[in-house]
Design a protein around this ligand. Sequence first.
Ligand SMILES: [Zn+2]
Ligand SMILES: [Zn+2]
Length: 352
Amino acid sequence: MRRLPIYFLIDVSESMVGDPISEVQDGIANIIQELKTDPRALETVFISIIVFAGEAKTLVPLQDIISFYPPKFPVGSGTSLGKGLGHLMFELRKNLVKTTAEQKGDWKPIVFLFTDGVPTDDSSTAIREWQSNWKKTANLVAVSLGDGADAHILNQLTENIIHLKNTDHSAYKEFFKWVSDSIKTSSESVENNKSGFELANLASANLEEMDVTKDSRGENTHKVDDNFVVISALCQNTRKNYLMKYKKVIKQSNFAGIELGTKSYRLNGAYQVDDTYKELSGNEEIKLTVNTDELIGAPTCPCCGNQIAFAVCQCNQIHCIGDEEVTTCPGCGNRGKYGAGTGGFDVNRTRG
Ligand SMILES: [Zn+2]
Ligand SMILES: [Zn+2]
């Protein structure tokens, strides 16, 4: 039996923390459940999951549906599309069974790339390698989760760019149903000796192709994802990492007859992350700051429940504080008493 390899290449950068990553996690689990009831898919479909943030890794190596156990998704800092693509091409080279005189090889692999933001690296080398070695050997479907993705860059990889406009729970559900339907129709097409790449109907799933002509950001590499501000912090009590996520809001105001848009960021949530966070984060030094005046809302610590999750040590480490007499910075070990600051100050942010 010839295999139909399906690769998921999934952006797990910090802006995905919270709802998006749990939607993706549930969505993948639903796809597997759906495919387990489909005799054709059970016979031909093999699935692998690769995640990327500042670094990339194989979350699930290529395997058949029966033995597939849906994974828990990690997050990391950065959106290195270059490293994600590089890792995907490494897996493709490693796994792809070629057709020879003796044997029929794999069907053309199908890659579903999910991303919600702009690459924070220079991905041009990896894109060129994709174009010259893989664009014809694999079918890639790029999916922009929300409005943040860079259509111009995705368009260099594929003509199949899908826009998940709404990112509420029901939209995600419909979208993942569409993905599993597309895998089913493709495995059906394999059976009939057709192309092995038949996407399900977009309109019936409320999806649309992304209009790449509307994206004016051009070819510049973006060093930071501006739709979200994510701040990385350490819990004083548990020493675990947590992320505070803020989403951009533009407030329209009228000043002396001139329409002005002021940008600020509203708290979206605070989330504990596990040790894979460090593994998936790029290790380049980043000097990005945001002024606390631009941030609306402050969370409690998601690790220990301390009232204030947003205290800053002189060493720049952000950490939680409670009602303890003396606070110990989990970054540098400095002990001291904290007073409430007045006015805005700059804190380090991640690349999202
Ligand atoms: Zn804490
Ligand atoms: Zn410190």
